[in-house]
Design a protein around this ligand. Structure first.
Ligand code: UD1
Length: 429
């Protein structure tokens, strides 16, 4: 429940990147040893990942809130059970990682946010190029190989997931793998750095050609995950939308360039420091047009939050979705709050209104949920958001962080639909 209308003021520390952590945790399977990983975000998806890796036989020790030691010396299974795989998109990274480790993987078709059809043909094409045999039986993906051999992989489109999955499979394949038309997101680079510390030979991550020379064995290492670009962007937009003044700490400002550029276009001031950015907004925001694209383009995972902000900006903004077929379902919720938005195919036309009004809404998915939080923060009156477990998949301690910035936000019902009760604000949420 959010009582809106308060400016966000103060400083917020950004957690480690969800999408990097969700690739790096499965990657530990490739080592036979202990990895100590810091800056892992304390979010639901990470806990699910840890459950999977424990199930496979790894020993997992949580050293503190954001640091884990994962020992993969003994891996006893190559199967990720249905119930675990379906809860999360990134469970499919165990296909690449287990193929690399054991030459065999069985993982149920993954779940995740519903943005329309989410095919995995490019992942499969990549595994096959390395000599694996992949088939799908009863919605379970089964991949096997006697020996992975380096090969040439040309992706038909830029896919973060396929790039990561093929990198995981290729690091221990015999010979050279060349991935062309690779994704360039910061977490691809983070994964490559992690793999190289474990003894792999990965070059070119962050460009569209990645070259991987297979190695025979890999070992444990100590690593710290990069800050979450999307969590940072979400707080930047929340600060801007509420006319606030917030220092966003523990970020890599370069990763925020496309987000900062659009905020500046909307009349927001951004000051960059070494590892923080300050976001200040005064007066009414201005319209801007956005098209989502693979990195370094504007991230699709930031468009719902911008839509919430642009709902109250002056003028008409157009958001074009360039990655997913169906990523405007949340618009219906913003309409309930008085926004004026028309969706035409893969574009949303947003006519700024002076004010949103609090209403009961739901989180359709993770980032749609973040957009509802931003809308609730700027709206007059009270907004209640249902299905907040989807938000908690990807935002560490969002209630605590927003409360510290002056928001009036509280959890009024447990995730498992137990009867409503007010749970006091605690940092362990
Ligand atoms: C990842 C992110 C997600 C983000 C997305 C785009 C994780 C866990 N999730 O998702 O938050 O929204 O990147 O930045 O990191 N495609 C195919 N065939 C494939 C694979 C993808 O056609 O085999 C298409 C998809 O349908 C989509 C586009 O490629 O249209 C991009 O998908 P992809 O980059 O793979 O997204 P994910 O890795 O699933």
């Amino acid at each position: 429940m959010i009582n809106g209308g308060r400016r966000l003021v103060g400083a917020v520390d950004i957690s480690g990147a969800k999408n990097a952590a969700l690739a790096i945790i499965p990657a530990t399977v490739l080592a036979e040893g202990k990895c100590r990983i810091e800056n892992i975000p304390d979010i639901r998806d990470v806990r699910l990942m840890m459950d999977i890796i424990r199930h496979l036989g790894a020993s997992v020790k949580q050293v503190n809130r954001n640091t884990y030691e994962i020992d993969t010396t003994y891996i006893a299974s190559e199967t990720v059970p249905d119930a675990m795989a379906r809860k999360m998109r990134a469970s499919y990274y165990f296909i690449g990682a287990l193929l690399g480790r054991a030459g065999k993987a069985e993982v149920a078709m993954p779940g995740g946010c519903n943005f329309g059809v989410r095919p995995i043909d490019q992942h499969i094409k990549g595994f096959e190029a390395l000599g694996a045999r992949v088939r799908t039986e009863n919605a379970v993906i089964k991949a096997t190989t006697r020996e992975l051999l380096g090969g040439a992989v040309y992706f038909d489109l830029v896919s973060v997931g396929a790039t990561i999955n093929v990198m995981l499979a290729a690091v221990k394949a015999k010979g050279l793998t060349i991935i062309e038309n690779a994704a360039k997101e910061p977490h691809i680079v983070d994964l490559a750095n992690f793999l190289n510390l474990m003894g792999a030979d990965v070059r070119g991550a962050g460009t569209d050609v990645i070259k991987i020379r297979g190695v025979d064995s890999m070992h444990g290492c100590d690593y710290s995950i990069i800050p979450d670009q999307i969590e940072a962007g979400t707080y930047m937009v929340a600060a801007a939308a509420t006319g606030g003044d917030v220092l966003i700490r523990n970020v890599i400002p370069k990763h925020l360039d496309s987000i900062s550029a659009k905020l500046v276009e909307s009349g927001v001031q951004i000051e960059e420091f070494d590892d923080s950015v300050r976001v200040t907004a005064n007066g009414r925001l201005l319209k801007c047009n956005i098209k989502t694209m693979p990195h370094p383009g504007f991230p699709t995972d930031m468009q719902p939050q911008f839509a919430a902000m642009l709902s109250i900006a002056e003028g008409t903004s157009i958001i074009s979705e360039g990655i997913w077929d169906n990523r405007f379902r949340y618009v219906e919720q913003l309409l309930r709050m008085g926004a004026s938005i028309q969706v035409e195919g893969k574009a949303a036309i947003i006519e700024g209104v002076p004010q949103l009004k609090g209403a009961p809404v739901r989180a359709d998915d993770l980032r749609a949920g973040a957009a509802m939080v931003i809308a609730g923060l700027v709206a007059s009156g009270t907004t209640t958001i249902e299905d907040i477990h989807l938000i908690e998949r990807g935002y560490e301690n969002i209630l605590g962080k927003l409360t510290a910035l002056g928001a009036d936000i509280s959890r009024i019902q447990d995730d498992d639909d137990t009867p409503a009760r007010v749970i006091p604000m605690v940092s362990s949420l």
